[in-house]
Design a protein around this ligand. Structure first.
Ligand code: GLN
Length: 464
């Protein structure tokens, strides 16, 4: 049965190759592993919690002896020497890793158009983007090429592509899941998270990958609840949803707005409380996010110098040429833009005016959420201001591209958990996603509510 499932997924990957979701597929190894697992079951040996679960992995997460390109020419031929902690944990529970998925270069982007290895196409309309930066992972799940996919979320890169592709996507609390083996973009924002076709799969996998890790000093030692066994125990009394006034303005596509209002009515009819709230500093979140993440990125990406890792220019005239020509040749435009921005933000004359001020604003945004979660259990919003846009539509205008993260970046600024839940389709039959945020380490509550909506709202509305 496991072998058959893996074979079916491999066939889907082959049939839908033109979507470009995978950068590498581990065909033989996954079939071999499936055979081993079936043997284990047959012999009555004990098996792990994820026995036979087929997982796709974003190609900025390290798997031993596999390429780790980060969607960049600078790491095109780089092979990882070790497993990320999440990979160790998945393998220890008998998951099968089917391949590495495509992404925006170093996870910088909202459309997957920044990958050095070609764009990824949205399965609902192949002229449209799948979202980014975990676009390959979202497409792999939406197109049934795996059970679950790992992604990374620095400012929305799990939730936004999940919304564009009609699947569930969870960004955990900062520190819930070890970042060891995740290639750093902006270290104080980066989170590994999950994409799946249902809430239960998210819960089961989150159970396995969460927890303290000696190798990541920012990982938390908070107890990991048994997410999957408590997913049906949603406390129905005294649950309040906050609706931030700032999130429902002009830039929001009307189909999405209407769907969110429909969900709000549904929640009311199920005796949940709805409260209008205000997050006064949220209007600074995009600017703040791009100041701070570019600063961190410029520092993190200084390690790609042609000496330590990956690609190197041939016959440089001097050490300086080695650095500059390597970086010029092998980094893509978006990565260069961010390195320059980040270097500027951190430079001696501007540090106080930009970086330091942005750190203070980050705290104000976090305080807004702390205040809000004193009053409410969830914050409800759209995940994206529009449904999937056309390939090429925003590539010439980085600012308009950055605005597609308007609802997602604040969770990363504050370190909060958030989930995308598919809730319907727009007039072009493109998926619409809603976002729920909850207080720190309340992934259990998010998953319970996601499960409730999936089984009570979606079951009749989405026809599944
Ligand atoms: N789209 C955002 C960016 O370009 C978020 C990326 C991410 O979460 N990795 O930075």
């Amino acid at each position: 049965m496991i072998v058959e499932k893996v074979e079916n997924y491999l066939k889907r990957i082959q049939d839908k190759k033109h979507l470009n979701a995978f950068l590498e597929v581990f065909s033989e190894e996954s079939i071999q592993r499936a055979n081993q697992l079936e043997k284990k079951i047959h012999n009555g040996e004990s098996v792990g919690k994820l026995c036979g679960t087929v997982v796709a992995v974003k190609d900025n997460i390290a798997i031993k002896d596999k390429k780790l390109t980060c969607g960049s020419k600078i790491l095109e031929n780089f092979t990882s020497l070790y497993n990320a902690t999440v990979i160790e944990k998945l393998l220890a529970e008998d998951a099968i890793i089917i391949g590495k998925t495509n992404l925006d270069e170093f996870a910088m982007g909202s459309s997957n158009e920044n990958s050095a290895f070609g764009i990824v196409k949205n399965p609902y309309d192949e002229k449209r983007v799948p979202g980014g930066s975990s676009g390959g992972s979202a497409v792999a799940v939406a197109s049934e090429m795996c059970d679950v996919a790992l992604g990374s979320d620095t400012g929305g890169s799990i939730r936004q592509p999940a919304a564009f592709c009609g699947v569930y996507g969870l960004k955990p609390t900062y520190g819930r899941v070890s970042r060891f083996g995740l290639v750093a973009f902006a270290s104080s924002f980066d989170c590994i998270g999950l994409i799946a076709r249902d809430s239960i799969s998210l819960a089961k996998t989150l159970n396995v990958i969460s927890g303290y890790d000696l190798k990541d000093s920012t990982s938390s030692n908070q107890k990991v609840p048994e997410y999957d066994s408590i997913i049906q125990n949603l406390p129905k009394d005294n649950i309040t949803f906050g609706v931030p006034v700032e999130f429902f303005n002009d830039g929001l596509q009307s189909d999405i707005k209407n769907k969110i209002f429909e969900i709000i009515e549904f929640l009311k009819s199920n005796s949940f409380q709805i409260l209008e709230i205000s997050l006064p500093h949220i209007k600074y979140s995009i600017a703040d996010y791009y100041l701070l993440t570019t600063a961190e990125a410029s520092s993190n990406l200084s390690r790609y110098d042609g000496v330590k890792y990956g690609s190197r220019i041939e016959l440089p005239q001097s050490i300086k040429d080695l650095y500059t020509q390597t970086r010029d040749e092998y980094f893509g435009n978006e990565v260069k833009r961010r390195i320059m921005l980040g270097t500027f933000v951190l430079s001696a004359g501007y540090y106080d005016a930009y970086y330091l001020k942005a750190q203070k604003v980050r705290r104000l945004i976090q305080n807004d959420f702390i205040d809000a979660f004193n009053k409410v259990d969830f914050i409800i919003s759209p995940t994206t201001p529009t449904t999937a846009f056309k390939i090429g539509e925003k590539t010439d205008n980085p600012l308009s591209m950055y605005l597609s993260d308007i609802y997602t970046t604040s969770a990363n600024l504050a370190g909060l958990p958030a989930i995308n839940i598919p809730i319907g389709f727009d007039s072009n039959k493109l998926p619409i996603g809603m976002q729920l945020m909850a207080n720190f380490f309340k992934e259990d509550l998010l998953l319970q509510m996601s499960y409730f909506i999936e089984n009570n709202f979606n079951k009749n509305k989405l026809g599944n």
